[in-house]
Write a protein that binds this ligand. Structure first.
Ligand code: SF4
Length: 339
């Protein structure tokens, strides 16, 4: 059993969220870097706002323009360039959006966009242009979602996504989970969130109690791209979720200049397992406008994962995958025989 130590942080998660850094000048001042040294770009921040909460900011090494956490949140000049093959909606989610806030891509499971808010804005995010305004889940839309779920007994799993679904207050989450429990064929709830990583205080006692008392089997898929994102406060939050009977997994995105080396991926997998988290997926980049500077080619990604397989036991090697619109599942990327 993990030993749970209390998360001793001075502010609650909502205060931390409100106090997030949204100014490029302030960010650069806090990390002790100049605009020029990091190709900072105010225009890019207008297109997709800068947002970083203090607990995450504190893990960035001051004075290091290549810090892998900094590069995930820093608006840079490269974002203003446009390339063929990139778009605002690379996963064509608007075609799988039968009701506001509901995305039904795969058999047996639906994704609910619980919140358009995120605690951090990741520059490579494939939903950076998602029309959250059209997908707000108010009471009326929520009833539509419940009716959709009740009418399709093939749906056994609901995925809370976003934005970040844990930006939703505990009380509302509780009501939503209670409603889902009344749909007899729903067995599982999956929560995809970056909040326990970027603001660890989000793993409140109330949240854990809600998850623990549900009849649904619950998995939380965290989003951690680099081992430096995990500190002892993040580890404490993970332990709290596990003690609430939540299966904790991780998915990462393969990002050039951030985690595209065997050493980096190995360290991430090993650190995740130190806290009993299994690496689940490693996604190649979804080609959204503004993210091309993070792209790692499929060939290079496959080479990396092949080298990683030689370094780690199979359960610590995430599945390398790409999402291709219209396919019935994620597409796994493998080494071809002739390679
Ligand atoms: S937390 Fe997730 S949804 Fe929000 S910006 Fe980052 S990748 Fe996108």
């Amino acid at each position: 059993m993990n030993q749970i130590s209390p998360i001793l942080l001075e502010t609650d998660w909502q205060t931390s969220l409100r106090q997030s850094i949204c100014s490029l000048d302030e960010l650069l001042m806090r990390v002790n870097l100049s605009h020029e040294s990091v190709n900072a770009c105010p225009e890019a921040a207008k297109d997709f706002a800068l947002r970083v909460p203090t607990p995450y900011l504190n893990r960035i090494e001051k004075g290091n323009p290549q810090d892998p956490l900094l590069l995930q949140i820093l608006p840079q000049t490269y974002e203003m360039e446009r390339y063929p093959g990139y778009s605002n909606d690379p996963l064509e989610e608007r075609d799988t959006n039968p009701a506001p806030g509901l995305i039904h891509k795969y058999k047996g499971r639906v994704l609910l966009v619980l919140s358009g808010a995120c605690a951090i804005n990741c520059r490579y995010c494939f939903r950076r242009h998602f029309p959250y305004q059209e997908n707000q889940l108010g009471n009326q839309q929520w009833q539509q979602v419940l009716s959709y779920l009740n009418n399709d007994p093939s749906i056994t799993e609901v995925i809370f996504s976003g934005g970040d679904p844990l930006a939703t207050p505990d009380k509302r989450l509780k009501n939503m989970i209670n409603d889902l429990e009344k749909v007899p064929h729903i067995k599982r709830l999956r929560i995809h969130s970056r909040l326990p990583v970027v603001i660890p205080q989000r793993v409140t006692d109330d949240l854990c109690e809600i998850l623990k008392s549900s009849r649904l089997k619950i998995a939380c898929v965290l989003h951690i791209n680099h081992a430096n994102e995990i500190d002892c406060q993040v580890a404490d939050g993970i332990a709290k979720l596990q003690h609430a009977n939540v299966t904790v997994l991780n998915q990462a995105v393969l990002l050039k200049g951030i985690n595209n080396s065997v050493d980096c991926l190995k360290e991430l997998s090993e650190k995740l397992f130190d806290y009993k988290v299994l690496p689940y997926y490693l996604f190649v980049l979804d080609r959204v406008h503004g993210s091309a500077h993070f792209d790692v080619s499929d060939n290079d990604a496959i080479k990396l994962i092949t080298l990683l397989q030689a370094e780690l036991p199979g359960y610590l090697v995430p599945k390398l995958a790409r999402e291709i619109p219209g396919r019935p599942s994620k597409t796994l990327l493998f080494l071809k025989e002739s390679d």
